[in-house]
Design a protein around this ligand. Sequence first.
Ligand code: BGC
Length: 758
Amino acid sequence: MTDNATAVNETPAGLTLEEKASLTSGADFWTTKAIERVGVPSIMMTDGPHGLRKQRGGNDHLGIADSVPATCFPPAAGLGSSFDPELARRVGEALGVESAIGDVAVLLGPGVNIKRSPLCGRNFEYFSEDPIVSGVMGAALVRGIQSTGAGASLKHFAANNQETDRMRVSSDVDPRPLREIYLRGFQRVVEDARPWTVMCAYNRINGVYASENPWLLTRVLREEWGFTGLVVSDWGAVADRVASLKAGLDLEMPSSGGRTDAQVVAAVRDGSLDEDALDTAVARVLDLVRKAQARPAVAGPLDVEAHHALAREAAGRSIVLLKNDGVLPLARDTRVAVIGAFAARPRYQGAGSSLINPTRLDTAIDEIRALSAGEVTYTAGFTLDGTGDAAALRDEAVAAASSAEVAVVFLGLPAAEESEGYDRDHIDLPAAQLRLLDAVVAANPRTVVVLSNGGVVALPFRDRVPAIVEGWLLGQAGGGATADVLFGVVNPSGKLTETIPLRLADTPSYGNFPGESGHVRYGEGLLVGYRWYDARSIEVAYPFGHGLSYTTFRYGDASVSVRAGGDVAVTVPVTNTGQVTGREVVQVYTSLPGSAVQRAPRELKAFASVALEPGETAVAELVVRRADLAYWDVSADRWVVEGGEYVVEVAASSRDVRSAVTVAVTGDDVRLPLTMDSSIGELLAHPVAGPIVRQAMSGMADDMMGGTDAAGASMMAHDEGLRRMLDSFPIGRLTAFPGVPVSREQIEGLIAMANAQG
Ligand code: BGC
């Protein structure tokens, strides 16, 4: 609760024009303006998303200046792999508590942008290449944060999928992928979790800055999705403040020092900005301040131990076991050679505005030693900055590996290789690390690789090592969580929210990333992530949804039923067939064979994380929302559920389908009015016009063939081709052809009648 908190007026009445303008931009880097005359206090908003970055002293949005210690939970690339919204909710709740203790009104997160390319420098801050995963996990985090009375800020709205030229580039994306891939996750979070604020992105979308895009900020966000909160700019995203206000941006951050406030005042005075638009933004700022004031007091100090324990649990659930031929889990008395600088100096978060000053920091080597009952050696094997005598470091590591039972090699991306603000230009691990691994494997084939990376990396060694642990960036307790997984204290249950490709050249946006001359073309359209690899039957290193366990799971037969509102309920029995307790992430994908529109071979629609004791069977219940079956119909400019027999696949990964059933779904009745531009095929499909046109056409065929049976038969054979040709023929153009026995007026009459009756 802010110290100077007093009740805020319901309306902006009583405020001068200058005061109103000033309320809609920041006071400084992190706070809104106070207007003491009318008792409006200032509130603070700060990063986010996986910890609180409350700066003390210097202010910046690039993670440079120091901030107060806070728990660094696993960034979204990790947490997303848990596929567990309940875990995300608990992490969100902890973030809310830390915000409250720090008197921060709004935590700037989560980020739910789609991982369009593995090269995006900020992928570590995002959940997935799939909109349902991003939306469900993002909504859970928002719910958790806001359950404490703190606010969340859903970012970066929208189509912000790269860092290159991020403050200017135009994401040129077609309506279907925009709606179905890039906006769908945001929609889910807004509709399900009602974040207090949405942060607009830096970039343009199809030429228009997100910050001054009325279609995005008003039509889609507010009118379609019902968002009632406040839209804040990303830090420095406002190019034209007046245009932004008109479009629906309520708060410019950070402060412009009064420069853009004066522009707002001048625009109201000269009539180029409607004062109502300003009043609306002011009302939303005041509403946000009011919500912030209503937050229940949370007594500090922060329970560092409890939050660290949650960070460790979340990190353990974020780890994805990519491969294991049985070398893992390690027995406690195994003689282990721990190799790789990351084991002692963990890479646990990404660079930029989300950089947290952790309350504690576990290292894997200390935590392995803590759990081990055997001999554990450590050698760096390489340096993080590439300096030093690589051969000597390698030799030392090889010697250690040779005299151990198992070598555990920590490889990863150096911090400078991925960050907010710039993208990668390859997906390879440093050559020195790959050389080290080759040498270690040659000395000791029982070599486990543990990876630290925010975005995916190529794994050219995957056939040569017996086990690979994908550790992402795991937050401050990642070292402990890694040790837990290595020794089987935690049974890994994370699954990939992002495909690991074989080569960069296989990735969907290859050739269309990061664009040029201010534009990036989303040329892969709908085929993002696994949708692309499946549609093109491209082999991958590890598919979306993949992740192993120390136990095994058997799936029974799935069954489906359509609920009253049209949602599809899917149930499937899952049995833990192994010796240890475990969790399985059950995935449901759908497809519609013969669909009238382009679709990926399978699309994730629901998932559940199911905990099972050895031998236990549970029936997983998953719900595919009817809305999630819809595609964006460009002609109708709305969501449409196409009717038909949908295939529902229950799977352990996108390439490990365990059970498939079909379900009949009734389509939405969307009929566009017929016009003279409608094709003959469209007329034939119309319930009123169709029979009439069909009859007229068969009459025409009879006339042309002189009514003989033989001629009729040959016409029929030839007819199919003719019919298909005519299918796409606009009806209005028909009358231009000589000899066509219908007039324009007759067609217009038919269309008018069909539209009236149909
Ligand atoms: C980032 C945002 C962040 C803001 C404030 C921007 O550069 O894109 O994610 O919340 O800075 O630090």
